[in-house]
Design a protein around this ligand. Structure first.
Ligand code: ZN
Ligand code: ZN
Length: 184
């Protein structure tokens, strides 16, 4: 997908994030949309104000800025965008697998079936959740000591698990991380 940043050619397009119009000449972010009806490679875009994209499409906007060769982005706007993208990223859950502390005592371990106690370290992985006829991706939870066996049973490797946990885990203290990796 090639998203773009350009100056709005007209004032007609509305922002897909806030629904307000984007002024002619204002920089805007175009999210490339797959148009199943267009033939001959015609591309359509969903437009966003730059600041709106920083919040609603932070990863896509960052990648597009990094590859951007069009009209220059004023330093002041860029500073605002950086701040908004960082705020948006902080609100997103980290990618799988990661570890955190169970916010409640409700989740059951996918490995041993026992409840994971509130405040206990847990490993969070992506798993398939069957709902009737459909399968969706969702979070699965594991005791650290149950994680490696479960992941290996499902086609993963211990090395990839620990590597992912190192890369994706946020907000744990050094002691908690030591405990985590002594058990995983
Ligand atoms: Zn907007
Ligand atoms: Zn367990």
């Amino acid at each position: 997908m090639a998203h773009i940043i350009e100056e709005a050619k007209s004032g007609r397009a509305g922002c897909r994030t806030c629904r307000k119009p984007i002024a002619k000449g204002e920089l805007r972010f175009g999210e490339e949309a797959e148009n199943q009806f267009a033939e001959g490679g015609e591309t359509s875009y969903r437009w966003h104000h730059m600041a709106c994209a920083a919040t609603s499409k932070s990863a896509e906007l960052r990648a597009t800025i990094n590859a951007h060769t069009g009209p220059s982005i004023p330093a002041e706007l860029m500073a605002d965008l950086e701040r908004l993208m960082a705020e948006a990223d902080a609100k997103k859950p980290p990618p799988f697998p990661h570890a955190d502390k169970a916010p409640s005592g409700r989740a059951k371990c996918q490995g041993c079936g026992e409840t994971i106690a509130k405040g206990e370290l847990r490993v969070v992985i992506e798993r398939d959740i069957e709902r009737g006829m459909t399968v969706t991706k969702g979070a699965g939870y594991l005791h650290p000591k149950c994680a490696a066996a479960y992941v290996e049973e499902h086609g993963g490797t211990h090395a990839a698990l620990t590597e992912g946990l190192h890369a994706n885990t946020r907000g744990l203290t050094d002691q908690e991380l030591d405990l985590l990796f002594s058990e995983v």
